[in-house]
Structures are given as structure tokens and as C-alpha cells.
Design a protein around this ligand. Sequence first.
Ligand SMILES: C[S@@+](CC[C@H](N)C(=O)[O-])C[C@H]1O[C@@H](n2cnc3c(N)ncnc32)[C@H](O)[C@@H]1O
Length: 282
Amino acid sequence: MKTILDIVDRTPEPAPWSEGDNIPWDDPGFSVRMLAEHLSQEHDLASRRSETIDRHVEWIFSEILGSRPARLLDLACGPGLYAIRLARIGCECVGIDFSPASIRYATDTAAAEAQLSCTYHHSDVRNGLFGEGFDLVMMLYGQFNVFPRDLGMEILQKAHRALKPGGTLLLEYQSREQIQRGGESDRSWYTARSGLFSGAPHLVLQENFWHADAGASTTRFSVIDARTGAVSSYALSNEAYSEADLSDALLSAGFRETERFPSLRGEADTEEDDLPVVVARG
Ligand SMILES: C[S@@+](CC[C@H](N)C(=O)[O-])C[C@H]1O[C@@H](n2cnc3c(N)ncnc32)[C@H](O)[C@@H]1O
């Protein structure tokens, strides 16, 4: 059992991805607790609130799909909040995610509306199959950056192969500045009777790191069970791409970059949780 002594003796600054590659989205218990955060209308932590997703979907349909129903693949789709909306306006949607509770929710929600063409696969985008013949492949809410560069490259290559010739990739990513800001932000802590990391009372210590040389950030969570003192640790890193780096990665994966947008709303007056968007053709 890890204890507070392990926190005292921790590596002062971990190398990126050395202490873990993500929070445990794919853990069954964690995924049930996380699903509640995805669906919450109080904050935009795991997924955005419905009103924002409605606006994003309107923009994706009109700007990216030219208001024509298409066959699309949503990578790391979470509970399918984008896919189901696009299916309701005529798209044929496939979603992939490795969170069991999210995929269950997405599947049940789509099944409740019998006429929708919306299927979901419980699979890891790092090693799962993507299928083929899509008009659009998208990965939203900055998830692309959590993969180290070599894995990110493989995901782009698989996305390219999944598209019809001339199909579109839509990537909503975290800018280098956003990642640096997160990595340089102060350490913090909170307590909860029950929360994301545990259903029992616990304390969460969060540390952030900006690895200037590697161009990456790491966030480390140390979770202390209030009753037993047992410590669990999680870490996630984010790869920071400059605009030129991302263009090069897209080019080497076989894409032709076409456009960049400041947000999924397509507007320049960005809001706090807006992330930049790159659109590329296969
Ligand atoms: C921030 S959420 C975004 C969900 C969705 N795109 C949205 O905006 O509502 C990130 C999602 O990525 C999924 N994810 C992370 N790593 C993954 C992987 N390796 N394979 C499949 N899904 C992954 C998580 O389970 C989670 O649902």
C-alpha cells in the first residue's frame, strides 16, 4: 500500500508520461463517476454543457459538412453527446471510446431513438480499429494532446486511412500556450466525501509541471483515502504542438491542411474553454 511517505519521497519533477498516461477513464468505477461529470450542466469539465454542444454541432454541420448529412467517426466520443446530435440531423455516426460507462450511456441513448444511425465501440483509440469509408473523422475537446507524439502520429495515420479519399479530419486541440499555462499553474488541493477519484471520503493533491525542453506538461494527482491513509497516484501529460509542428504531423500522416479556426464556434471572440481547431483533408 502506498502511503503519505511515498508522496514525501516522490520524484520532484516527473518526466512526461513516466508516471502514467492519463486519468483512469477506462476504470469501471471511475467511468461511472465521470459519466455524471460529463452530463452535469454545472460545469464543462469532462464534456461541455448542452447549450455549447448544440452550438458546436450547428457549426460542424454547416461549416464542415456544408449542411449535408455525412458518415462520421467520433474518436474519444465520451457519452456520444456530439454524435447523437449529428445523427438526429441525418448523419450516420460511429463513436469510439474506452470508458465503459460512457459507451453504455451512448449506446442506450441512441437505442432509445430507433430511427438513428449511431453505433458505438468500446475500444482504445491507441490500438483499436477505426473502420473505413468516413466523410469526417473528428477528435474533440483537446484529447489528441494526451498522447505522446509517436502515438499521436499513429492516430493521425489511422484516421487518414479511415477516411474516404478527400474526406475531412476535424481536430480540436489544446494550443501550446494553453498547455504551458496549465503546466505552470499553481499546485492545489481539495477534499470530497465522494468524487471522481473515489466513492469514499478523500483528499486530492494536484501538482502541475511544464517541461519546457520536452514541450509537454504533466499533472499529477495524489489521492489520499481519509479513513485508511492509502495513497493512489495518477498522472497525465499533454504534448504541446506549435502550429508548425501540428501542420508537419498532419502532412506526414498524409493530410493536406485546409483551415484553422479559433474555436468550434468558428468565432474569433474566444471564451474561456474554447480550443483551437484544425481542419485537414485526406
Ligand atoms: C474530455 S473527454 C471528451 C469526450 C467527448 N469528446 C466530448 O467532448 O464530449 C475525453 C474522452 O476521451 C476518452 N479517451 C481518453 N483516452 C482514450 C483512449 N486511449 N481510447 C479511447 N478513448 C479515450 C475518455 O474516455 C473520455 O471519454
